[in-house]
Design a protein around this ligand. Structure first.
Ligand SMILES: Cc1cc2nc3c(=O)[nH]c(=O)nc-3n(C[C@H](O)[C@H](O)[C@H](O)COP(=O)(O)OP(=O)(O)OC[C@H]3O[C@@H](n4cnc5c(N)ncnc54)[C@H](O)[C@@H]3O)c2cc1C
Ligand code: FES
Length: 338
């Protein structure tokens, strides 16, 4: 039995209900409000709010998204706080944060797992009585079993009526959750909560699309290319730049793209020279974004960018695109995989 509390947004004086087993961020997004956020995991700090009245439980007080000084001043992270009473909060909002589909929580059954590199696999779940509704490029929060650990994973497939949710998950050494996915068995269940994320495909923007991914950042970029190259009527050129440390980190991406592969100009690169030499790699060596200026035909400001991967990779690409090539920030959409 859960208790619902009213959360009032100071300034707008709008309020919404949040159950005591939900976070303030996700409950607000479920109600169609545009509460500011990015990662949903306590790392980016975009969802910070000021608690003006009321009491909250902080699920992750060590989260890196807030500095100690900010905590002392009463700041909290909406993605990590559940209410213990009615609350009045001050938080940044904007229409761009409203999800095209209202996020919802539901049970899903494990369907299959297929390894695509030594440490990454494609894993599929089937939702109970529910079509898989999301925009290509979005992510969901996955909770395994009854465990307390919830992590963000981006869908690699596209929306469908069969209720299939596919993810590409990299087993992080020593990670609390990610290594467990390759050990699931038939009948195992997860909780899926989603969709979330604002780095999704915008087919109405008539610019050629460049997808950039490192490691498991492939998932949302693959989803976007599948949607763009599918039957949405999107006719602009599509490119994919994919980077791994060594050749064994590069999955067979053309076969994963399937029917869409013929529309995608694909540029893989590995970053560790020794691994490239040891494993007989004859392709490009270097960081993935270094390939862009020589491989793209038009000036870089002519493209729409969708990317995902480690924060350090995203920051390097954004710096290069904005500072060196004058790409406007609103043409760059990304999820940092904290
Ligand atoms: C938007 C987004 C999309 C992502 N998509 C993918 C994807 O498609 N594929 C993929 O492989 N990975 C993805 N990730 C990374 C993924 O969510 C995990 O961080 C990764 O799998 C490692 O998890 P772990 O539990 O194994 O490692 P851990 O080191 O145990 O945890 C990793 C992260 O979990 C969070 N965390 C740790 N402890 C807690 C806690 N007590 N409470 C709440 N949060 C905590 C922290 O942010 C930490 O960085 C994504 C991340 C984000 C933010
Ligand atoms: S959305 Fe809460 S810290 Fe990133």
């Amino acid at each position: 039995m859960t208790t619902q509390f009213d959360i009032t947004l100071a300034g707008a004086e709008t309020s919404f209900k949040c159950a005591d087993d939900d976070t303030i961020l996700r409950a607000g997004l479920r109600e169609g409000l545009g509460l500011a956020y990015e990662c949903n995991t306590g790392a980016c700090g975009s969802c910070k709010f000021e608690l003006l009245e009321g009491e909250v439980l902080d699920l992750y007080p060590e989260a890196g998204g807030l500095r100690a000084k900010e905590r002392e001043k009463g700041k909290r992270l909406a993605c990590q706080c559940v209410p213990l009473s009615p609350c009045r909060i001050k938080i940044h909002t904007g229409d761009r944060y409203k999800s095209p589909f209202r996020p919802a929580r539901f049970r899903a059954r494990f369907e299959s797992y297929r390894a695509i590199t030594p440490d990454m696999g494609v894993i599929a779940f089937k939702g109970e009585e529910r079509a898989a509704q999301f925009v290509a490029g979005q992510y969901a929060m996955l909770t395994l079993g009854a465990g307390p650990h919830t992590r963000a994973y981006s869908m690699s497939n596209t929306a469908n009526d069969e209720g299939l949710w596919e993810f590409i998950i990299r087993a992080v050494p020593g990670g609390a959750v990610s290594p467990l996915f390759s050990q699931l068995n038939a009948g195992d269940e997860v909780e899926i909560d989603g969709p979330f994320g604002v780095a999704y495909f915008r087919p109405e923007i008539a610019r050629p699309v460049v997808g950039i991914a490192g490691g498991s950042g492939l998932a949302p970029v693959l989803s976007i290319l599948r949607a763009a190259g599918g039957d949405t009527g999107f006719s602009q050129a599509l490119s994919l730049f994919y980077g791994g440390r060594g050749p064994s980190d590069i999955p067979d991406i053309p076969s994963m793209l399937g029917d869409v592969a013929c529309r995608v100009s694909y540029h893989p690169a590995v970053s560790v020279t020794e691994l490239a030499q040891e494993q007989g790699w004859t392709g490009e060596v270097g960081f993935v974004h270094e390939q862009l200026p020589s491989k793209l035909e038009l000036p870089l400001a002519a493209y729409e960018y969708y990317m995902a991967g480690p924060p350090v990779m995203i920051e390097a690409v954004v710096r290069m695109l904005v500072a060196d090539h004058k790409v406007p920030m609103d043409q760059i959409h990304f999820d940092r995989f904290f």
